[in-house]
Design a protein around this ligand. Structure first.
Ligand code: PXL
Length: 267
């Protein structure tokens, strides 16, 4: 029997199922890795206007969940998503040290789709000063990357490259930044910087698709690949293929949003 690998996500629940812990677990499953979850916050959306309300889980409960996996099971890779407070960021840092977690992927969630302002400034500052240095891979979107890189904005591929260099200086071993839906270009560019070289993947921008949860799913797929023992470069390439199919088959959930089809590659 093939060896079974395990990945842990420390993330929020997106009740709609398209982002957060739900997207992470679906991505882990599709890459073929056993998924575990530590829940940090619950995000509920208003049916009236899809405004996101965030309900934090108390820190003792989060700590107990991390102990379950760190002390009781172990993980081949871990991913962090929405942490919601500086105290939770500090708990994650302490846990990484305490349980000697390896293959750490940080998705420095600071904004949600449609809201481009940093949601919790103290949490963002704690991510930048305390958590980023533990990242084997960090996957900020362009807003988060601009914040971490001390840049005013990221509008083109040269800006992305500069942000990668700045964020690598904070201690992250590998930096992945995707041009994403916020770029006006008709191409999508995903860039991996390993401290020396840039690996650049370019593809035409798909139209008529949904990409809610694309950041979470991308980062989770990378995590699952690392759990299986892939190199960061191979993880990046496998994740590209997974994401392209999931986005191409994305579907509408309601008048506000849609979801990726995580199982598209299986069809
Ligand atoms: O996509 C960012 C994100 C991460 N985590 C949770 C979310 C969202 C966006 O809605 O709800 C739980």
């Amino acid at each position: 029997m093939a060896e079974k690998f395990k990945a842990l996500t420390i993330a929020g629940s997106d009740t709609s199922g398209s982002a957060g812990m739900e997207a992470d677990l679906k991505s882990f499953e599709e890459i073929g890795v056993y998924g575990m979850a530590v829940l940090t916050v619950i995000v509920a959306q208003s049916p009236k206007n899809w405004a996101h309300d965030i309900f934090p889980i108390d820190i003792t409960t989060v700590e107990r969940q991390i102990t379950t996996v760190g002390g009781g099971i172990g993980a081949d890779a871990i991913k962090t998503g929405m942490l919601g407070s500086a105290a939770l960021v500090e708990l994650v840092v302490d846990s990484i040290k305490k349980y000697n977690f390896k293959n750490i992927v940080i998705d420095p969630v600071m904004v949600c789709k449609g809201i481009d302002a940093i949601m919790v400034p103290e949490a963002a500052a704690a991510i930048k000063t305390k958590l980023v240095k533990y990242a084997d891979v960090i996957t900020p979107n362009t807003i988060e990357a601009a914040y971490l890189a001390d840049m005013e904005k990221i509008e083109n591929v040269d800006d992305i490259k500069q942000a990668c260099i700045n964020i690598h200086k904070l201690g992250a071993k590998n930096v992945v930044i995707k041009s994403g839906s916020r770029f006006t270009s008709d191409k999508m560019t995903d860039i991996l910087f390993d401290g020396k070289d840039f690996l650049i993947e370019e593809k035409p921008k798909l139209t008529g698709v949904y990409n809610s949860g694309a950041g979470c799913s991308f980062s989770a797929a990378m995590t699952a690949c690392l759990a299986k023992g892939l190199t960061v470069h191979d993880a990046f390439k496998t994740t590209q293929t997974f994401m392209q199919k999931a986005v191409a088959e994305s579907f509408k959930l309601n008048q506000y949003t849609g979801a990726l089809c995580h199982w598209a590659a299986r069809q």
